[in-house]
Design a protein. Structure first.
Length: 286
C-alpha cells in the first residue's frame, strides 16, 4: 500500500467517523461508564474470502491508538461461518465507535473479494483474467479495487487519468473511429503521456478499422456474441491485448474466456455485490 492509498484511507476514516459520531456516541455515553475496559471478537457468519483486515486495523488505531488488536486471519484467507478474524481489547467506548465502520468496510470488501474469487475459480483452465471496472462506489473505489486484487482479480484503470480508453461515446463525438484514434495518438505525442491506449469496438467492421490503424495497446470487444468474439480474437491474436465486456456474469464468464480473450471485465464485481456477513461481538471478561 503506497502513500496515496494510505492518505485516501485516513481521509475516508476521518470523514466516516465524523458522519457517524457527530457530537458523541450518546448511547454508549449514557449506558456505559467512561473508562470501562473490555474486548470484542470479529466473527464470520458465512463462508467467503476475507478482505479489509488492514483497513480495520487503521480504523481501530484512528479511533483510539491504545486499542490492542490480535489478528488471527489475514486478507485473502478463505473463511467459514464461526471463524474469528480478530479480537480487539481496550476502551469499550472506542470499540463501539469503531464497530460499525469496521464492519461496513470489511463486509463490503469481503463480498467483493468473494465474488471475484468465484470468477477466478470459474476461469481455471483458461488463460483469461478478470478485470474490475470504474463501476464503483464513489469514495470507496480504492478499497473496492483492493478487494478485487485480494480476491485474485486484476485491476483495470483506476480512473480517467491513468489510461486512454476510447469508448462508443468518444468515437461518436469524435466523428468516427479513425478520427478518435488519430486524435488520441496525436495527444500522446504532443503531451508525452506514458499511458496505454485502449479502444472499444462494437462489431467486426469497427475492429478491422482499428487493426488497420494500429498504434494502440488493447481492444475492448463490447457486447459481442460468442461466434463473433471467437472470430475477433483470431483476427487480432498476438497483435493486441483483447478484452471482452458487456453482459458478463458468473454463469457465462467461462464461456467468454473460452473464446480466447486475454481479459473479461465485469462491473458486477463491484456494483451489485452482496456483502459478506460478519459481526463484532462483545466478550465479557472478569
Amino acid at each position: 500500500m503506497g502513500d496515496i492509498y494510505n492518505k485516501q484511507l485516513r481521509a475516508l476514516i476521518t470523514q466516516a467517523l465524523n458522519e457517524d459520531v457527530g457530537d458523541g456516541d450518546h448511547t454508549s455515553l449514557s449506558t456505559i461508564p467512561q473508562g470501562k475496559k473490555g474486548q470484542a471478537k470479529l466473527i464470520i457468519k458465512e463462508d467467503g474470502v476475507l478482505a479489509g483486515v488492514k483497513v480495520a486495523l487503521e480504523v481501530f488505531n484512528t479511533v483510539d491508538s491504545s486499542l490492542a488488536v490480535e489478528v488471527y486471519l489475514q486478507d485473502g484467507a478463505l473463511v467459514k461461518k464461526g471463524d474469528v478474524v480478530l479480537v480487539v481489547k481496550g476502551d469499550v467506548h472506542a470499540i463501539l465507535i469503531a464497530e460499525r465502520l469496521v464492519l461496513n468496510l470489511m463486509q463490503r470488501m469481503s463480498g467483493i473479494a468473494t465474488t471475484t474469487r468465484h470468477i477466478v475459480e470459474a476461469l481455471k483452465g483458461t488463460d483469461t483474467k478478470v478485470l474490475d471496472t470504474r463501476k464503483t462506489t464513489p469514495g470507496l473505489r480504492f478499497l473496492e479495487k483492493e478487494a478485487v486484487r485480494i480476491g485474485g482479480g486484476v485491476n483495470h484503470r483506476f480512473g480517467l487519468y491513468d489510461m486512454i480508453l476510447i469508448k462508443d461515446n468518444h468515437v461518436d463525438y469524435a466523428g468516427g473511429i479513425g478520427l478518435a484514434l488519430t486524435a488520441a495518438h496525436d495527444y500522446i505525442m504532443r503531451t508525452g503521456k506514458n499511458i496505454a491506449v485502449e479502444i472499444e469496438v462494437r462489431n467486426l467492421e469497427e475492429l478491422k478499422e482499428v487493426i488497420e490503424f494500429g498504434k494502440i495497446d488493447r481492444i475492448l470487444l463490447d457486447n459481442f456474441d460468442f461466434k463473433s468474439l471467437e472470430e475477433a480474437v483470431k483476427l487480432v491474436k498476438g497483435r493486441f491485448i483483447t478484452e471482452a465486456s458487456g453482459g458478463i456474469v458468473a454463469a457465462n464468464a467461462k464461456q467468454y474466456a473460452e473464446c480466447g480473450v486475454d481479459y473479461i471485465s465485469m462491473g458486477a464485481l463491484t456494483h451489485s455485490v452482496k456483502s459478506l456477513d460478519m459481526s463484532l461481538k462483545a466478550q465479557l471478561v472478569n
